[in-house]
Design a protein around this ligand. Structure first.
Ligand SMILES: NC(=O)c1ccc[n+]([C@@H]2O[C@H](COP(=O)([O-])OP(=O)(O)OC[C@H]3O[C@@H](n4cnc5c(N)ncnc54)[C@H](OP(=O)(O)O)[C@@H]3O)[C@@H](O)[C@H]2O)c1
Length: 350
């Protein structure tokens, strides 16, 4: 049987990178990754370096992709102001999908990664657990723009689409603006080096609030299911590990993993207090023979400030995904242990 051919758009991100690894292990996928940078690691994919904000560049580089069966869209452009996310993120989706669709007559599915911010999970308290049919927060919202475009683009076509809405995706990637696991690991490592206990740097309300996350391997499994199971065709699904937690309950386990005392809550802005720690990080790297990853590539503190500042419950209802046929789930506390151990094995942290 002919292999499926996937284009993973946003190939080096915390989501795209794991999806490529996952599809590679499945063995029946030919994989092409799109991003501006190229990989500096072994990969089962071939990569095309393309700036998707540049339509001409996208047209030129993607016209040769004539046998693509599946597009997985997980690229992202961060902007300082929420309302400014729309134009670049919609343009990148359109500039990726349109040329591929034109060239690949056998296209079967386009999968879009969205997020809980469509419900306003980043703005303050919102209706929980949020369901897929809930209306979005007061627009603009770039996930909404992307979904409306994709719904319209698919009308009358042979291919189908799907979208997943994860919360706080956990796993390894470098130089990305949203990665809570690398932030926790680097924060703990630096606290330990300074002889400090592992304090919770967020708000007291965040320590106690209900939260949820999504493992990037679990997300890769769900994305693959969405793209290949007809029951997911033209549907949107929330996706998380399947459980909820409070930081106050997982924090002692983090302290145990890093062999540290558990500290109290002491609210600090990590983007401010971790800003001067590059020399200390470099010294830790030297002392423990770690990978020489530049400090600004290994942790993006504004995202940690945002996650640990979320002093309201973040809960989505994930029953729709299960009721449609995807049943995988995992325990979040065990996931954190596994991911921190992966960072250790990769010599990212001591
Ligand atoms: N991370 C999370 O916790 C999380 C949670 C929920 C939802 N999401 C959503 O999931 C989606 C993917 O997020 P992510 O965290 O995986 O993103 P990410 O780690 O920042 O990765 C983004 C990818 O897009 C590529 N990219 C950015 N600009 C590009 C351009 N102009 N042309 C081509 N490629 C470009 C980047 O590679 P280059 O820089 O090399 O181009 C990178 O491979 C986003 O919609 C995000 O909102 C993420």
């Amino acid at each position: 049987m002919a292999k499926n051919k996937a284009v993973v758009v946003g190939a080096l991100g915390v989501i795209g990178r794991k999806l490529i690894e996952h599809l590679g292990k499945l063995g029946d996928w030919e994989i092409v990754g799109l991003s501006r940078r190229g990989p500096d690691f072994e990969s089962p994919a071939t990569y095309i370096s393309v700036d998707l904000l540049d339509r001409a560049d996208a047209e030129a580089k993607l016209a040769g992709l004539t046998d693509v069966t599946h597009v997985f869209y997980c690229a992202f452009q961060a902007r300082a102001v929420w309302a400014d996310h729309g134009p670049p993120n919609l343009a990148m989706l359109v500039n990726a999908v349109e040329p591929i669709e034109r060239a690949s007559k056998g296209l079967r599915h386009v999968h879009l990664v969205q997020g809980n911010k469509i419900y306003g999970s980043h703005l303050g308290p919102f209706k929980t657990p949020a369901r897929e049919e809930d209306p979005p927060h007061m627009l603009p919202n770039f996930y909404w723009d992307q979904e409306q475009w994709l719904r319209a683009a698919q009308k009358g076509k042979d291919w189908t689409w799907s979208a997943l809405r994860p919360q706080t995706v956990c796993g390894f990637a470098l130089g990305n603006p949203m990665n809570i696991t690398t932030c926790i690991a680097v924060y703990a490592t630096i606290s330990k080096e300074l002889g400090l206990p592992l304090r919770f740097p967020g708000k007291p309300g965040a320590w106690n609030a209900v939260y949820q996350v999504c493992d990037n391997q679990h997300l890769a499994n769900a994305m693959t299911w969405c793209a290949t199971d007809p029951r997911a065709g033209n549907e949107v699904f929330n996706v998380t590990n399947g459980d909820f937690f409070r930081w106050k309950n997982v924090w002692p386990r983090f302290a145990k993993f890093f062999d540290m005392e558990v500290g109290d809550v002491q609210t600090i802005k990590l983007s401010e207090f971790m800003a001067d720690k590059a020399p200390l990080w470099d010294a830790i790297v030297e002392k423990h023979g770690l990978q020489r990853i530049p400090y600004d590539q290994v942790a993006a503190w504004p995202f940690a400030d945002y996650v640990f500042g979320t002093d309201w419950d973040v809960m989505t209802d994930t029953l729709k995904l299960r009721l449609h046929g995807f049943h995988d789930c995992l325990r979040t506390d065990a996931m954190f242990d596994r991911i921190f151990q992966e960072f250790r094995d990769m010599k990212v942290i001591p």
